[in-house]
Design a protein around this ligand. Structure first.
Ligand SMILES: NC(=O)c1ccc[n+]([C@@H]2O[C@H](COP(=O)([O-])OP(=O)(O)OC[C@H]3O[C@@H](n4cnc5c(N)ncnc54)[C@H](O)[C@@H]3O)[C@@H](O)[C@H]2O)c1
Length: 429
């Protein structure tokens, strides 16, 4: 732990806000966290952690004395000059980002020469400029503004905060930007100090590129299925090329989560609103939507009609090590399976509570083995470690049928086959 540093405010204590707050407290800052969700703030004040994120609880406990939680923006304004904004920016029906929470924060901030908003929320390019115009119209032109997009990944968010690949600070070169850069300096990450619009675009372009890589390898997987190649081998051969790299080349049943779908959509809409048709992203989105449904085709290929069949879903969260269900592939799958008349049982180590409010009509099991009991087919949806290490002989003994669809190409195909089960991955030979 380091010496006392600049105190900060964090507005919005979700995945990004809470992890950032804990991270900055670890670096020595007093952090004043504000959220409009009174129940969440009460839980945080009691020392409870409202989200599942490895390492977060430990960080919050260790730095409890530096972390302050309130529903009152005034508490943060009183103690901190820099107010990190980490409110949600979900998609609207049009695909554009919904900035209403950001605007609520902007409207609530009083005029000040001392304070600056530091935008961690992912916002369309041009948002900073338009918010500064709003400051001017509201007689709050003295407020500073810095774009500091967040790149952490759920499931490894604490580690990502403490060991970022880069820190991006977009501003007009004034003291608030210097102060933000200073706060991140102990992490020793490369600093990209740039203008606000470019910082905003770095975030959107990064997520769009990663999503493109996923849709690309998924299309390669689909072609592999037609041609007899194995996408795992192909990805290994491709990934060893320095210019390509091995990450985000795992074929599967598509990306989900709170960021990729909405950020890719937001960039596509942003381009469209500016008169540019971003063809590539249109395809990336369509490929991803179709990829989530390809599992249904695989099930039908082996089982025929799905009416009356029992299908077990292993995993519900959009990826391992998180309880986040936003845009999870399991939502599409469970709905499609039920629409085709299948009975769905699912197990997830941590996401059941979140899933219950989003998925109806399925049975929640309390262990992987309970989920596969009498199943005709098992689908690996989220590659949690406990599924990868399953005893497939036990699974085979519990199932009625013998089909295992590995939606993440994460299982040991030989071990599954050795248990007498029929293994089918995505783009595997
Ligand atoms: N989740 C991620 O992995 C991730 C990664 C990078 C960037 N981002 C971006 O960060 C932003 C936050 O994402 P998240 O996943 O942490 O969202 P979240 O939904 O988990 O949390 C948002 C929080 O903001 C609070 N809030 C809403 N309006 C508020 C207001 N007016 N004042 C105070 N609090 C308010 C909500 O109650 C909630 O607790 C989004 O723009 C997202 O795109 C998310």
């Amino acid at each position: 732990m380091s010496a006392a540093r600049e105190p900060i405010g964090v507005i919005g204590t979700g995945y990004v806000g809470l992890v950032s707050a804990a991270g900055f407290a670890e670096l020595g800052s007093d952090v004043w966290c504000v959220d409009i969700d009174a129940a969440k703030i009460e839980r945080l004040q009691r020392g409870e952690v409202p989200i599942y994120e490895p390492g977060l609880e430990e960080l919050l406990v260790r730095n409890a004395a530096r972390l302050h939680f309130s529903t009152e923006l005034a508490d943060a304004l009183e103690h901190a000059r820099l107010l990190f904004v980490a409110v949600g920016t979900p998609p609207t029906y049009s695909g554009d980002a919904d900035l209403s929470a950001v605007h609520a924060v902007v409207n609530a901030i009083p005029a000040s020469e001392d304070h600056a908003l530091v935008m961690k929320s992912t916002v369309p390019c041009g948002t900073g400029a338009s918010l500064m115009r709003v400051f001017g119209e509201q007689g709050k032109g003295g407020l500073g503004y810095v774009s500091c997009p967040e790149f952490l990944k759920e499931g490894s968010a604490v580690n990502d905060f403490l060991h970022p690949d880069r820190v991006v600070v977009g501003d007009d070169g004034g003291p608030p930007g210097d102060a933000v850069a200073e706060l991140y300096a102990p992490l020793g990450a490369p600093l990209v100090r740039t203008d606000i619009a470019s910082a905003e675009m770095v975030k959107l372009a990064s997520n769009a590129f990663l999503a493109t890589k996923i849709s690309f390898i998924n299309e390669i997987a689909n072609v592999c299925e037609e041609t007899g190649a194995d996408v795992v081998e192909v990805a290994r051969g491709m990934g060893l090329d320095d210019r390509i790299g091995p990450k985000f080349l795992q074929a599967g049943i598509g990306y989900g989560g709170s960021c990729f779908p909405k950020d890719v959509d937001a960039l596509k809409q942003l381009a469209g609103n500016s008169g540019y048709h971003f063809q590539l992203l249109t395809a990336v989105i369509e490929v991803n939507d179709l990829q989530k449904r390809r599992v249904i085709g695989k099930l039908q290929k082996h089982l025929g009609t799905l009416a009356g069949k029992r299908v077990a879903l292993l995993g519900l969260a959009f990826k391992p090590n998180t309880d986040d269900m936003r845009e999870a592939s399991s939502l599409v799958l469970s709905a499609r399976l039920q629409a085709d008349g299948a009975a769905v049982t699912a197990y997830d180590p941590v996401a059941e509570e979140q899933a219950r409010s989003l998925v109806s009509g399925i049975t929640f099991a309390d262990s992987p083995l309970a989920a596969v009991e009498r199943a005709d087919a098992v689908v690996l949806v989220t590659e949690w470690g406990e599924f990868v290490g399953l005893d497939w002989k036990q699974v085979a003994g519990a199932m009625s049928g013998n089909l295992v669809i590995d939606g993440r190409n994460a299982l040991d195909a030989d071990a599954v086959r050795a248990a007498g089960l029929l293994y089918e991955g995505i783009g595997r030979r």
